[in-house]
Design a protein around this ligand. Structure first.
Ligand code: FA5
Length: 335
């Protein structure tokens, strides 16, 4: 009998986890355990034997329960010590303070381009997001009945005002305010009543550029566009120039970039064409100069309207424009 108790005690001591100990408890102290086995033939014993067996069982029970409780509390102490170790806080350490933030990737690239153009003698201008119909359309040779208005549907406000559809009205404000010769860029937020997809937002950023001087040529325009793209991508990018229609430039071009998301194989960002429209541009239409009080027989110039949000997507290979305005910190902390 003592052997049975000794081996039960040894098993209790040998349990190496709280779970194992619980299994041993059920086997040793439970209804089918050693103590029950020892009580089984009590009925067949003489009164004296029964009394001494009873005493033995009581003693054994106490020993087993004591051993079990001791082992159990040693597991509990170990678990508590582990938890305290893990949750330990040094209250004397000064608080870390707010986590440092970072600039949005659109702002970072906007500032880079501003720095570049400042070194090229350009002024950085700002214009209102709530524009007059005149500055957004009419002054840019887009009268009320012109089909080009349909390409840039917007949000109309009371009193003939609207949310500007592009940064081109800042060209007009620049010409009106500063006159020729003029070298300006104007970054900013623009709005369109547009269905949103991987490459289109209703609210996005453009960066306008304009240079007015004597004898400005398409060669000058291409030089500045190349300088801009080389500075931003810091590597060779494939571009193509094709005719593009904008009523405020003549001739007008679309400068597309080989999609850097898919390498030109086709993806939702480039609408499976391999090319992304990035930089429409052209020589300023003489009507536009005249409307803003500049004599087109003496001055001419170029203008461009960079899709700043798309440029950011190309630079960082962002495969969906919606990430940029998602406010998702997991995305933003990468920049
Ligand atoms: C214009 O907005 C003209 N004002 C550009 C211009 C300026 C032409 C000066 C000539 C001279 P467009 O609608 O194509 O053009 O937009 C210009 C760029 O903005 C596009 O190439 C594209 O990169 C970007 N863009 C246009 N629509 C969206 C949109 N919904 N979401 C994100 N980017 C857009």
């Amino acid at each position: 009998m003592q052997d049975l108790i000794d081996s039960a005690l040894a098993r209790i001591e040998a349990a190496s986890t709280a779970e194992e100990l619980e299994t041993v408890r059920v086997e040793v102290l439970g209804r089918k355990g050693v103590l029950t086995q020892l009580s089984k033939d009590m009925g067949k014993l003489s009164p004296d034997e029964r009394a001494s067996r009873g005493k033995f069982i009581n003693g054994a029970k106490q020993a087993l329960e004591g051993a079990y409780e001791g082992r159990k509390s040693s597991f509990e102490r170990a678990a508590l010590a582990k938890r305290l170790d893990a949750e330990w806080v040094d209250l004397t350490v000064p608080a870390p303070g707010p986590r440092p933030g970072s600039l949005h990737p659109v702002t970072q690239i906007q500032w880079e381009i501003e720095d570049l153009f400042r070194t090229l003698g350009f002024t950085v201008l700002d214009g209102p997001e709530v524009e007059t119909e005149y500055h957004n359309f009419d002054a840019l040779n887009i009268p009320a009945d012109h089909p080009a208005r349909d390409m840039q549907d917007t949000f109309w406000l009371e009193g003939g005002h609207l949310l500007r559809t592009h940064t081109s009205p800042v060209q007009v404000r620049g010409m009106e305010k500063l006159g020729p010769p003029l070298r300006m860029i104007a970054p900013g937020r623009v709005f369109r009543n547009e269905s949103v997809d991987a490459s289109h937002e209703h609210t996005f950023y453009q960066l306008e550029g304009m240079m007015i001087d004597r004898n400005v040529s398409v060669g000058n325009l291409i030089y500045f566009m190349k300088t801009l793209l080389t500075a931003i991508f810091k590597r060779d990018v494939t571009v193509r120039l094709r005719p593009g229609f904008f009523p405020f430039v003549e001739p007008g071009f679309e400068l597309d970039i080989r999609c850097l998301i898919c390498g030109g194989d086709g993806c939702p960002v480039c609408k499976h064409s391999g090319w992304v429209e990035l930089l429409p541009c052209g020589l300023v239409n003489p009507h536009v100069l005249r409307k803003s009080g500049i004599d087109p027989t003496e001055w001419n110039g170029f203008a461009f309207g960079l899709g700043l949000t798309r440029l950011v997507m190309m630079r960082y290979a962002i495969d969906d424009i919606r990430w940029l305005q998602s406010g998702d910190l997991r995305f933003l902390r990468q920049f």
